[in-house]
Design a protein around this ligand. Structure first.
Ligand code: ADP
Ligand code: 5GP
Length: 187
């Protein structure tokens, strides 16, 4: 049976870095592409990192009941996972990896139960998170502050996940994640 790996974390904790590492290591998982109403950032491309759609298109999908889950993660910034997209990938024999906010992660875990592994990536501290977001350089100061404001609240959801990894030393986190995900896929 194909499986679902869920990664959730406050923005800037290192989720994308760890997911990309798993993909580079040849772990048999495929990235689940979400929809978002935010504009592309940096080199992001439609159909690769996200399906970039307008707020109107997003609302149409909500009304049609197309989303497995969706959240307004930041004000007027919607993110959602299309049910059909996920099920088509699972039915085609692909394990999938979802990068979603904390509430989305809990909803997907509830939907798939033992078929899913939910992983929470925690930054060592809020200060470290600020430095990482500033270092990444992809957001305005205002957007960084918006993400930091939400981080503490998001961290309170960690106990609801199957596994929590504190992403302090990156090499150690990579090794832990690789081990945990491989073990889950082989179980
Ligand atoms: P997310 O996907 O959770 O928003 P990213 O993977 O984009 O976060 O990481 C945010 C920034 O922090 C990136 O610039 C990344 O290179 C850096 N980073 C990730 N993990 C670590 C770590 N353990 N120590 C220091 N910097 C890190
Ligand atoms: P970013 O704008 O940095 O790409 O993503 C912001 C937040 O939205 C991250 O926490 C990311 O995991 C989350 N996110 C991305 N796609 C989805 C989705 O389909 N559903 C939910 N609930 N959150 C998502």
């Amino acid at each position: 049976m194909t499986k679902v790996i869920i990664f959730s974390a406050p923005s800037g904790s290192g989720k994308s870095t760890l997911i990309n590492y798993l993909l580079q290591q040849g772990v048999p998982v495929h990235f689940s592409i979400s929809c978002t109403s935010r504009p592309p950032r940096g080199q992001e491309q439609h159909g690769v990192e996200y399906f970039f759609i307008t707020p109107d298109e997003f609302r149409q999908h909500i009304e049609a009941g197309d989303f497995l889950e969706y959240e307004e993660v930041y004000a007027n910034r919607y993110y959602g996972t299309l049910r059909q997209q996920v099920d088509a990938q699972l039915d085609a024999g692909e394990n999938i990896i979802c990068d979603v906010d904390v509430k989305g992660g809990i909803n997907i875990k509830n939907n798939y139960g033992d078929r899913a592994l939910s992983i929470f990536i925690k930054p060592p501290s809020i200060e470290a998170l600020r430095k990482r977001l500033e270092g990444r350089g992809t957001e305005t100061a205002e957007a960084i502050q918006m993400r930091l404001n939400k981080a503490e609240y998001e961290m309170s959801f960690a106990p609801q996940f199957d596994v929590t990894i504190v992403n302090d030393d990156l090499e150690q986190s990579k090794a832990k994640i690789l081990h945990i995900v491989k073990e889950f896929l082989h179980a």
